[in-house]
Write a protein that binds this ligand. Sequence first.
Ligand code: XLS
Ligand code: NI
Ligand code: NI
Length: 438
Amino acid sequence: MSDDYFPDVEQILYEGPDSGNPLAFKHYNPIEQVEGKPMAEHLRFSVAYWHSFCNGGADPFGSETRQMPWISGSPMDQARNKVNACFEFCRKLGVSFYCFHDRDVAPEGDSLKETNKNLDKIVEMLAERQEQTGIRPLWGTACLFSHPRFMHGAATSCNADVFAYAAAQVAKAIEVTHTLGGQGYVFWGGREGYKSLLNTDMARELDHLAKFLHMAVEHKHKIGFKGQLYIEPKPKEPTKHQYDFDAAACHAFLQKYDLDGELKLNVEANHATLAGHDFHHELTYAAANDMLGSVDANRGDLLLGWDTDQFPTNLYDTTLAMMSILSAGGFSTGGLNFDAHVTRESIDPVDLFHAHIGGMDAFARGLKIASAMRADGVLSDFVKQRYVSWDTGVGADIEAGKVGFEELSRYMLDKGEPEPNASGRVEMLENAINEYIR
Ligand code: XLS
Ligand code: NI
Ligand code: NI
């Protein structure tokens, strides 16, 4: 196994909270049992190929700042180098999953045929490295937003040929994900939205998007791919309005088009905040509707209105996220994918390790804190008690569908006034959480 790109970094190990070694885990101990399962199985960390091995630090105001040592030679040489970099990195970090777009792993050729050939060659190499290491895709996806052909969108393009091109590309991307033993496949609607309503037939575009997803479902079953399909909500950027706005909008769309049995949600922290929600809200909404599939673990900057894709470091957020995930029964096919890149001023390959170690430790602590709170029933006992009026009497009758407006009118006319309300105790609960975040 090659040791070419991170020669100064050894295997990252768990050294415990007292360790002063920046290249060690202080909290993430993959084999430590939490609620009857090793941490590694709870968290199912994944490295994002695009951010870690393709992102040179360019932003809308400036060019790349990082000279990544694997970016050298022809486009196909670079693709091969990236495979080596990815597997060396994941192996040393101790992460079993990676996520990729088709165009992150292999370059476009002059025709779709040539592009598919490039992809096949690199997929062969990925499969070999997977065989040697046991590392595999958490999910695959297709890049339907970078090339100028997708300027009006892909499945929602006004150009039917672009829809057809996107269909061919996604068919191939699902096949490749299947070949690599991927656990899932994600649809992020890169440019599925609009810049201006003045030139947009919204109803027609939404119908087309649904048709596209139905075709993908059909193809998935045809080739025998058992992985989970996900849709990834995001409200804006690059378009001013993305159709997959948030978890609720996606759920409504999937229900309207009878797709909710086939797709779940891949919830991203930074997309939640862009939608004006917090991460906890999006996770809770998804879980409440049995739609929580996987998570893109990152963080935005609340003072910047865009998808900064920073690494998660906020313990309050990771604790509440793990609360939602544990209450929903944990991940099955999904996991925590670091859809995040190091900042533009972090230019050394070792920074990738610091970033991931921090994110993994932040989620490990979130997991332990959430689990301790669950064991003590900190929030759940209070919430249960808060709804106690629904467990018997009129509340139970309403939930069981035994009464209507007529019965309830009679009941209240008799009684006169409802039972007095109890305090919501928000501050007490906030304090309780802080007692556990140590
Ligand atoms: C972009 C999305 C993207 C998806 C995969 O904002 O987060 O990275 O996760 O296409
Ligand atoms: Ni994402
Ligand atoms: Ni994003």
